[in-house]
Design a protein around this ligand. Structure first.
Ligand SMILES: [Zn+2]
Length: 251
């Protein structure tokens, strides 16, 4: 299927959901408020969107069939505890699913790859969310930048973290998400070889190909207004984004 014929499925990328006073010093630009998140979920429902899983996305891509219109995928990186405290109750309220990418060596600990001050999900929270239909994937074992890492270290990290998520979810098909959205052709191949079902990156100027190991995502920021969020759902958003940034489409 020509990418142009594909139904546009926005894959939204979040990190944290928490009130402003709990943001702390870590990347406040990655933290939306519960109220903001609630308004976004309410808009998705109002517009008739349903949330799909990475497995659904891969199935649509591999069958070369388009999903029903108005499908969206919500993803969260790093597995912060605030996802359980603030995002999870709202996802349940609006009957939406989301996919959380865990840094598996840090489950139940702090975000040591950054400031080390933020709590991450523990195993019982992950289990409760999993039983309510939330999906989980790997974000490596130690939040490794795969574009810089040695291939043996990468292989080990990919294997250890995949097995951990498999144990936690009793599933074999585990999606992956590149830390820092950084990847190169070697790291992409290693993720494929490690047996992951697909892999998510950043926006890459919204030039999406056919590769399910380089799936693009749209960041949602604290500064994203409800109108800005609506724009991110539209099939013309990639073209709009490139136009705004003055990026010429390659190829
Ligand atoms: Zn991350």
């Amino acid at each position: 299927m020509n990418p142009a014929e594909r139904v546009w499925i926005p894959v939204l990328c979040y990190h944290r959901v928490c009130p402003v006073f709990e943001r702390g010093i870590d990347s406040p630009s990655l933290c939306v408020t519960p109220d903001q998140f609630k308004r976004q979920l309410r808009l998705l429902k109002f517009l008739g969107y349903r949330s799909i899983t990475p497995q659904d996305l891969v199935a649509y891509r591999q069958s070369r069939k388009n999903p029903p219109r108005k499908s969206a995928l919500l993803t969260f990186d790093d597995g912060y505890e605030d996802n359980y405290l603030y995002a999870f109750p709202l996802l349940k309220q609006f009957s939406m699913t989301a996919t959380l990418f865990l840094v598996t060596d840090s489950i139940g600990k702090k975000n040591d790859w950054d400031s080390g001050s933020l709590s991450l999900l523990n195993e019982s929270q992950i289990e409760e969310m999993h039983l309510s239909g939330i999906q989980f994937g790997s974000h490596t074992a130690g939040h490794l930048d795969l574009s810089q890492a040695d291939s043996e270290v990468t292989k080990r990290e990919l294997l250890v973290s995949k097995e951990k998520v498999q144990d936690l979810t009793s599933r074999l098909d585990i999606p992956f998400c590149y830390p820092y959205s950084r990847l190169n052709s070697q790291s992409k191949q290693l993720v494929k070889d490690a047996g992951y079902s697909c892999a998510f990156a950043g926006d890459r100027n919204f030039e999406e190909g056919e590769d399910i190991f380089d799936l693009m995502r749209i960041q949602v920021f604290p500064s994203t207004s409800l109108l800005g969020f609506w724009k991110k759902l539209q099939p013309w958003y990639p073209a709009w984004y490139r136009f705004q940034k003055g990026i010429k489409k390659s190829g």
